[in-house]
Design a protein around this ligand. Structure first.
Ligand code: MN3
Length: 245
């Protein structure tokens, strides 16, 4: 029997294996845990690569301090939950309501969510020159779900602007449809039993609207930061993930 060598065959094989194992997420998206716990990956681009839309100092502090603290907090929580050693973050989220120690559960929610959300955020950003546009297939799905790209942006901006306090706005795929949701703090659409069922789905795009994501450069002008963010979305990556669903 011929072993599949091409990328698409391999991807299909990996996808089918994941489905057979009951996984919701594709392995390319899953965040695996090493024996020593989770670790902070470097940014996928230099800290100044998103300027002038997102400044280097914000990126350095956001990644090197805030994100690093979530990774440390997550690993500290796992020290108190040895039964979760080796599990991916998606597996931990899927079973988070079963963690009986409330302080551990809260730490997994806040720091585990922080690690997942920020890793996802960095990977869906790109320098403006490389931002690109949604693939024809993704664009068609956006138009079918929201009317037009402009209507989608308007609805997404509203969700991101109206999220009170700290949190995230998301484009998710749920039951084969695209939806916009938002979550508080470091919650995300993978946290079954934590966020309302209506907000559950596979994230395709997310924006961090915590003040630490924009305050140095934009101060209280969250709307200006959100408008700037549209210039630095990695549409190739978002499209790739949508088409791999
Ligand atoms: Mn953040």
């Amino acid at each position: 029997m011929e072993i599949p060598h091409t990328l698409s065959n391999r991807r299909q094989f990996v996808k089918l294996s994941a489905l057979a194992a009951g996984a919701v997420m594709l392995p390319s998206r899953a965040m695996a845990q090493a024996a020593a716990g989770f670790s902070l990956a470097p940014l996928p681009f230099p800290a100044n690569a998103l300027e002038p839309h997102i400044d280097a100092r914000t990126m350095e502090i956001h990644h090197g301090k805030h994100h690093a603290a979530y990774v440390a907090g997550l690993n500290a929580a796992l020290e108190k939950a040895p039964e979760l050693k080796g599990k991916s973050l998606e597996e931990i989220f899927a079973g988070i309501t079963g963690v009986t120690d409330e302080s551990v559960r809260t730490a997994l929610r806040n720091h585990g969510g922080g690690h997942w959300n920020h890793t996802y955020f960095w990977n869906t950003l790109a320098p403006a020159a490389n931002s690109g546009a949604p693939s024809p297939k993704l664009l068609k799905a956006i138009e079918e779900s929201f009317g037009s790209m402009d209507d989608f942006k308007k609805a997404f901006n509203e969700a991101a602007t109206k999220r009170f306090g700290s949190g995230w706005a998301w484009l998710i795929s749920a039951n084969g449809k695209l939806r916009i949701t938002s979550t508080a703090n470091q919650d995300n659409p993978l946290m079954k039993g934590i966020v309302p069922d209506a907000d559950l789905g596979t994230p395709l795009l997310g924006i961090d609207v915590w003040e630490h994501a924009y305050y140095l450069h934009y101060q209280n002008r969250r709307a200006d930061y959100i408008n700037a963010w549209w210039s630095v979305i990695n549409w190739a990556e978002v499209s790739r993930q949508f088409e791999a669903l």
